[in-house]
Design a protein around this ligand. Structure first.
Ligand SMILES: N[C@@H](CCC(=O)N[C@@H](CS)C(=O)NCC(=O)O)C(=O)O
Length: 202
């Protein structure tokens, strides 16, 4: 397998899960703006949508969309706890967190990072996001993980998106539960290994 990633982007979530699962995979650094990749492949041929993550499977098919790649990787390691057994309530809770992270947090922050977004829209987006983050902080207070008592794909994705708060102009100190959760998850060997592989500070 090959994981096409950009350092610190949402593709860091599947990168972390690959390390948590101990799955062999070549990580291919990708510049989505220039469409260039460290393995020389044409990124648009891998993912015509032009964004990371993309997971190129050994059979030659590419899988895209972060939430689905996370599920695919967890399914390669049944019993690992990265995704509880299908049909259990814990399974749906993990997927609920993944969907919330994708649609409310990840895409919610989008306008702040988009070049050309007017300052007043950035400010109202921060305000809206603060409400979402109040909710997340309330859920995570006193908990080690998003769901249950073990690390799941929900934690990988949530960790990555919470890492964008400072560049988005949202002070994580306002939410001690988020600050502490992010610091704790960041200590996991798999998280450090994935960060190191992307050339990020560990
Ligand atoms: N719906 C996609 C969104 C992926 C996405 O937003 N990727 C960003 C990095 S976090 C990206 O590659 N942006 C560059 C671009 O859109 O050109 C998913 O869930 O995988």
């Amino acid at each position: 397998m090959k994981l096409y990633f950009s350092p610190g982007a949402c593709s860091l979530a599947p990168h972390i899960v690959l390390h948590e699962a101990g799955l062999a995979c070549q990580a291919v650094k990708t510049n989505t703006r220039e469409r260039s990749t460290s393995d020389g492949s044409d990124f648009l041929a891998v993912n015509p949508k032009g964004y990371v993550p993309a997971l190129l499977l050994d059979g030659g098919e590419a899988l895209t969309e972060c939430p689905v790649i996370l599920q695919y990787l967890a399914d390669r390691r049944p019993g690992s706890g990265l995704l509880p057994p299908a049909g259990t309530m814990a399974y749906y809770r993990v997927l609920e967190w993944v969907a919330f992270t994708a649609t409310e947090l990840h895409k919610g922050l989008g306008p702040i990072f988009r070049p050309g977004t007017p300052e007043d829209l950035k400010a109202s987006t921060r305000e809206r996001m603060a409400g979402r983050l109040d909710f997340v902080a309330g859920q995570l207070a006193g908990r080690e993980f998003a769901v249950g008592t073990a690390f799941t794909i929900a934690d990988a994705y949530l960790y990555v998106v919470l890492g964008w708060l400072k560049p988005a102009g949202l002070d994580r100190e306002r939410w001690p539960a988020l600050r502490d959760y992010h610091a704790r998850i960041g200590q996991r060997p798999a998280v450090k290994a994935a960060r190191q592989a992307e050339g990020l500070p560990v």
